[in-house]
Structure formats: structure tokens, C-alpha cells
Design a protein around this ligand. Structure first.
Ligand code: CO8
Length: 257
């Protein structure tokens, strides 16, 4: 598969997607988002891959949806083509995905990072939903995911003023898992991804699915779902291997079975 707007590589059991429109600060046009979706689908169906990293450039993870591409669109046109429905498909992938964010993650860029399961931020990262300054609002899940990640008050303030927040504020607010010096960002993300990829692939996918339930359902339903999944993993060889390895004081060797 060849791509025009992203670079796709594998590093051992990790899939790496690099957004690659440097002249437009990785602005997310439709073609780029479709390519990200295709690359994620390829990794999801590749048993050899256990985790994916999405990253951008030093200056920008992505500075938003492509404003030039959107500017002249009409309501009937974007309604009919269901502009940005591709975001729903990106968020539905089953492998764990890490966003390694350096520089700007604005608008659709912040939304793409929030579609991922873990955000690692360089100390240079800047997050924001500045759509209101363009006379629009977030449209790829930003109002919902940001409010869930950092709470209503802060999400309101960011979306209504369009101000950016730096990495430290984003970590304090709960948007970011960890801050890393910019020069170490990719290495750290790949190492974290390799750790995840060394676990049982189906159990990692089930863990992601269970945590995602927290956003979608009541506590009682979520806990019930988690318990069913927990019971179910006792049907896997990987549970037997993981627990046996602990008892035998050796590292586990999972077979994804
Ligand atoms: N779209 C298109 N091109 C962009 C974008 C963008 N989002 N961001 C930057 N660029 C381009 C610039 O136009 C410029 O191109 P050129 O060199 O040809 O003039 C190039 O990238 C470099 O940008 P700057 O010169 O502006 O770089 P600076 O370092 O001065 O500034 C900023 C960096 C602050 C990031 C600035 O570029 C900026 O404010 N960008 C726009 C940020 C923004 O508003 N993002 C939100 C976009 S809207 C969105 O994401 C909505 C999604 C939901 C829609 C759902 C509909 C259903």
C-alpha cells in the first residue's frame, strides 16, 4: 500500500504512522484521514502488530482539519458526504494506539490525539480547540472527548475561548498520560508501544474495550462488562501462561491465544 500524506512503518511488533504534510503543519485533509484509517485497519488485521503509534513532526502533531479544503463547502455538501465520519472509523479500531504529540495539536489534531488511547506529550506540545475563532465548533468528537477527559468547566473554557494549553496543564488536567522531553518523544512512545505489544494481543484489545466502556455506560454496566471479560480471559492460553510464569518466577511468553 502506498500513501501520499502519511508514512507507515513497522518496528518489530509496533506499527508507526507519521503524519506527513509538513508544509501545512499536518493539517488533516480528507485524504490524509482516509490513509490513517487504512493504515490502522491494516495493523488491526496484522497478527504481528500489537500496538500502534501515531505521531507528527516536531512542530506539529496536526494543526487541525484542513481549513483550505473546508472553507468553501456548503451545508448540503458536507452533510451528504458526512464530512469527518472517517473519525468514527478511526476511533473504532481495536488495537491500542498511542498519540505521540509534539508541537501543535489543535482542532482536528487534538481530536485525532483524543481518538487514540494514550497521549504522550513532548514538553513542547500545545493542545486546543480553536474552531470557535473560525466560526465553527469541534466536529470530530472534540466537545465530547475533551469534556470527558478534562471535565466540563475546562472543556468549556478551551472550546469557548479557543486558547491553547501547554503540556503541563494538559497533564494536570488528565488529557495527557505523561510528558517527555521533545527529543525523547518518539523513542519513549515506541518503547511504551513495545511494552504493550509484548502482552497478550487479545487481552490488550479486551482491556482497551473495557476501559472505553467507562465513557459509554453507567458504572454498574461497566463493572458488569469488565467482570464478564475478566471471566472470559480464563479461556485463553495467555492467562494460563501469564499466571504460571509468575509462579515460576520467569517472564511470561504470550502466544496471543
Ligand atoms: N489547515 C490548513 N492549513 C493550515 C492549517 C490548517 N488547520 N494550519 C496551518 N496551516 C498552514 C498555514 O496556512 C501555512 O501555510 P502557508 O505556508 O502556505 O501559508 C502553514 O500551515 C504554516 O502555518 P503558519 O504560517 O500559520 O504557522 P505559524 O507557526 O505562524 O502558526 C498555528 C501555527 C498557530 C498552528 C497556525 O497555523 C494556526 O492557527 N493554524 C490553524 C489552527 C486551527 O484553527 N485549527 C482548527 C482547524 S478547524 C478544525 O480542526 C475543525 C474540525 C472539525 C470540523 C468538522 C466538520 C464536520
Amino acid at each position: 500500500m502506498s500513501y501520499d500524506h502519511i508514512l507507515v512503518e513497522t518496528r518489530d511488533r509496533v506499527g508507526l504512522i507519521t503524519l506527513n504534510r509538513p508544509k501545512a503543519l499536518n493539517a488533516l485533509n480528507q485524504a490524509l484521514l482516509r490513509e490513517v484509517e487504512q493504515a490502522l485497519s491494516g495493523f488491526d488485521t496484522d497478527e504481528g502488530i500489537g500496538c500502534v503509534v501515531i505521531t507528527g513532526s516536531e512542530k506539529a502533531f496536526a494543526a487541525g482539519a484542513d481549513i483550505v479544503e473546508m472553507a468553501d463547502k456548503t451545508y448540503p455538501a458536507i452533510y451528504t458526504e458526512d464530512l469527518f465520519a472517517v473519525g468514527d472509523r478511526i476511533a473504532r479500531h481495536r488495537l491500542p494506539v498511542i498519540a505521540a504529540v509534539s508541537g501543535f495539536a489543535l482542532g482536528g489534531g487534538c481530536e485525532l490525539a483524543m481518538m487514540c488511547d494514550i497521549i504522550l506529550a513532548a514538553d513542547t506540545a500545545k493542545f486546543g480547540q480553536p474552531e470557535i475563532k473560525l466560526g465553527v465548533l469541534p466536529g470530530i468528537g472534540g466537545t465530547q472527548r475533551l469534556a470527558r477527559a478534562i471535565g466540563k468547566a475546562k472543556a468549556m473554557e478551551l472550546c469557548l475561548t479557543g486558547r491553547m494549553m501547554g503540556a503541563e496543564e494538559a497533564e494536570r488536567a488528565g488529557l495527557v498520560a505523561r510528558i517527555v522531553p521533545a527529543a525523547d518523544l518518539l523513542d519513549d512512545a515506541l518503547k511504551t508501544a513495545a511494552t504493550i505489544a509484548s502482552m497478550s494481543r487479545p487481552v490488550a484489545m479486551l482491556t482497551k474495550e473495557a476501559i472505553d466502556r467507562a465513557d459509554e455506560t453507567s458504572l454498574a454496566e461497566g463493572v458488569r462488562f469488565e467482570r464478564r471479560v475478566f471471566h472470559a480471559v480464563f479461556a485463553t492460553e495467555d492467562q494460563k501462561e501469564g499466571m504460571k510464569a509468575f509462579v515460576e518466577k520467569r517472564p511470561a511468553s504470550f502466544r496471543n491465544a
